[in-house]
Ligand binder design. Sequence first.
Ligand SMILES: Cc1cc2nc3c(=O)[nH]c(=O)nc-3n(C[C@H](O)[C@H](O)[C@H](O)COP(=O)(O)O)c2cc1C
Length: 333
Amino acid sequence: MVDLETNYLGLPLKSPLVVSSNPLTYELDNLRQMEDAGAAGIILYSLFEEQIELAEMGFADYYQRHREEMPEPLRHIADMKEYNQGAGNYLAHTYQAKKALSIPVIASLNGYYSSGWTRYARLIEAAGADALELNIYYLPTKAHISGAEVEQMYVDLVREVTSSVQIPVAVKLSPYFSALANISKRLVNSGARGLVLFNRFYQPDFDIVNRAVVPSLDLSTSSELRLRLRWVALLTGQIEADLAITGGVHSVEDVIKSLMAGATVVTLASALLENGIKHLTTLTNGLDQWLESNAYTSVKEVRGLLSRAQIGDSAALERANYLNVLRTARSDD
Ligand SMILES: Cc1cc2nc3c(=O)[nH]c(=O)nc-3n(C[C@H](O)[C@H](O)[C@H](O)COP(=O)(O)O)c2cc1C
């Protein structure tokens, strides 16, 4: 029997397999099934800044009923009612989830702007969450906003949230920074205990017949994992925080690669939406068997084996990889 025990954000977990925010986490019954199937922890679907603000303005119901009468730019603000039922319900769900499960429950706040809504972190803590994942989803589209300003906004937001709660906070961020290692360090210095790499930005599609920009949601595939592997491998040893991978973890092999990069945990959404909650059992058993058949006695032994800090040959993860890939393509001609 291999020791799969893991410590993430100071929380003891029975394995490194954690459920990522997704709509399956909305039902208490699903949460129980996830625990039974081997989930080591669950990150609940997010409470969105937009929901909090609409509710606080006393606007949420009016907005729902009169959307068509709104000026065009305001109609695009999603009230997320189809996805979850708002702030009060979120706190109740967190509390119920905590009561129903014995594994850690991580709540998720999703926003980008540092303002009053961050005090919901305190309410989430009071509802019993073991930790908080802060998903900062901001697309800097204005030409007058600089990268430095965006980064400062992230840092301020993380500092505001981490200083208002006792529970550990992990930050889920995107890969679109010009100096990812530097901003990672700054976020950790601002109080983040973990970094979750990477947010997937869903790209809208174009409907050429109706001449409309339409939302589109594709589940991930394992090919998306490579971006995460590289960055976790590069950051491991440089950053004093737990690193979690989100995006592209589907198979046992994906889990092992993630651990070898240096990830403390992998978090799964698409794989569960595609294969069902039972996939957690397949992955947990598969991880156990793979480690055993390769003579490892614990996950700790594989963690970071292919990180930059361990392999010595950092060039393989950096620019030289690019040159090597181009060279290989040429020699295949
Ligand atoms: C339908 C769906 C809903 C999601 N909802 C949330 C959410 O509420 N908050 C969040 O931080 N991430 C959300 N995510 C992103 C996932 O948690 C995860 O980070 C992403 O899908 C990449 O992981 P995967 O490759 O395992 O799917 C959602 C993903 C999907 C597919």
